[in-house]
Design a protein around this ligand. Sequence first.
Ligand SMILES: Nc1nc2c(ncn2[C@@H]2O[C@H](COP(=O)(O)OP(=O)(O)OP(=O)(O)O)[C@@H](O)[C@H]2O)c(=O)[nH]1
Ligand SMILES: [Mg+2]
Length: 128
Amino acid sequence: MKQQKPEADPVRDRGGPSNGNLQPTTDKILQICPRFRILVIGKTGVGKSTLINRAFGVTAAVSAHYRPGEANIETELTSPENTLFVLHDSKGFEPGEDTNYEAAKRFILSRRSGALKDRLHAVWYVSF
Ligand SMILES: Nc1nc2c(ncn2[C@@H]2O[C@H](COP(=O)(O)OP(=O)(O)OP(=O)(O)O)[C@@H](O)[C@H]2O)c(=O)[nH]1
Ligand SMILES: [Mg+2]
């Protein structure tokens, strides 16, 4: 009996141009930079941790109620649903103090150089 050739799946079979398939541009980008790093900043209580939690399914970003949240800016938060993103939650800016603001500034400056995958690629400013 003649074996049936399995049907080509253009989504799963993302081979190079040699087999006639188009190669997604993202493949090349992901080779250079496999992860997109985002820092989330903003005033305290605006919903930074909640945003990370809801938008990326990262439960480690804990929302706080009735008090400032505890976030370590250095902690890499990744979602099991999408490992392409790495989030950094930050402590919110508060009136009359600049510790959290300075910590965010230091972090941004420290991530301007080094391996591309370790650099900061975007800063998401959250406001009311
Ligand atoms: N109504 C409403 N409440 C929200 C929203 N996002 C967050 N909250 C609530 O606002 C409060 C603060 O949210 P967080 O996500 O902890 O805020 P944060 O910006 O991380 O705060 P800090 O960590 O203190 O800087 C929590 O009680 C959340 O449930 C929103 O979109 N709508
Ligand atoms: Mg928070």
